[in-house]
Design a protein around this ligand. Structure first.
Ligand code: CIR
Length: 256
């Protein structure tokens, strides 16, 4: 899958009040900005045009744009995020997307459906839709009904141990998934090659394929070695300040 563009959003000062389940401490804003700038540079060096939205202090978690929409070469679907502190982030993202999509190709998941983009993993023409605490069956069915119109297949994935599906499973292209041990035996994923991430490096399961590169978080040597052994060209990025808010590499952009 070749990406041409990415939408990102500058972290806001209020990110220090972002949602988290980690005990890694409060993000240091200055470092978050530096890491975000490096993320943008990396996306550019992978060949993407990067469109950066300005920081929005109203929404502490708004740099995690991936959760606000599902985007592909045919359509965009605006998410309905169940977390109150995040609900509303999608409004400005929708506005931004009208610069790229005909309004007739922009859809939305609506209440009582809830859905976060972090639960949606595309593998070629199939979308895996994860049921987390944030994504419910109604939201998943709404998304499925939209995507089938554009000839995409969908599969539902049950799990209950992590924030989002893509917190622990990601498609790296070439028939290969990178995933945690907890997902490795899921029958749905048996037809792919697996790169298994050990529990002490589980954050690195959120590694991201962008065109010719796999971007992976810095500080996870065993995962790095597995990616290199597999033959991927990798780029490592420091993500410490986003990890403090449970955010990974994929969360920081919408790619299409
Ligand atoms: C949240 O809990 O919503 C944010 N602190 C982190 C969102 C991470 N997004 C993602 O995994 N796609």
């Amino acid at each position: 899958m070749k990406f041409k563009s990415a939408i990102v959003r500058t972290p806001c000062h209020n990110m220090v009040h972002g949602l988290t389940s980690s005990d890694l401490g409060i993000p240091i804003y200055k470092f978050a900005l530096e890491q975000h700038a490096e993320y943008i540079n990396t996306m550019k060096s992978c060949g993407l045009n990067v469109h950066c939205m300005s920081a929005d202090e109203q929404f502490p978690d708004s740099c995690f744009v991936e959760d606000t929409a599902i985007v592909n070469e045919k359509c965009a679907v605006i998410c309905n995020m169940s977390e109150l502190s995040r609900n509303g982030e999608e409004i400005s993202v929708k506005k931004k997307l009208t610069g790229f999509y005909n309004p007739s190709k922009i859809f939305a998941v609506k209440s009582p459906g809830t859905l976060d983009g972090g639960d949606i993993m595309r593998v070629d023409d199939t979308y895996y839709i994860g049921f987390s605490k944030r994504t419910n069956l109604t939201g998943a069915e709404q998304l499925k009904n939209i995507l089938v119109h554009f000839d995409f297949l969908t599969e539902f994935v049950d799990f209950d141990h992590c924030l989002h599906l893509k917190s622990e499973v990601n498609y790296l292209g070439d028939g290969t998934l990178i995933l945690s041990k907890r997902f490795q035996n899921k029958p749905l994923f048996q037809n792919y090659e697996h790169i298994i991430v050990e529990q002490d490096e589980v954050y690195a399961a959120n590694s991201l394929r962008v065109n010719n590169y796999v971007i992976t978080p810095k500080g996870f040597p065993n995962t790095k070695k597995k990616l290199l052994d597999h033959g991927f060209d990798i780029i490592e990025l420091e993500m410490s300040e986003f990890q403090k808010l449970d955010g990974g590499l994929s969360c920081l952009s919408l790619r299409f």
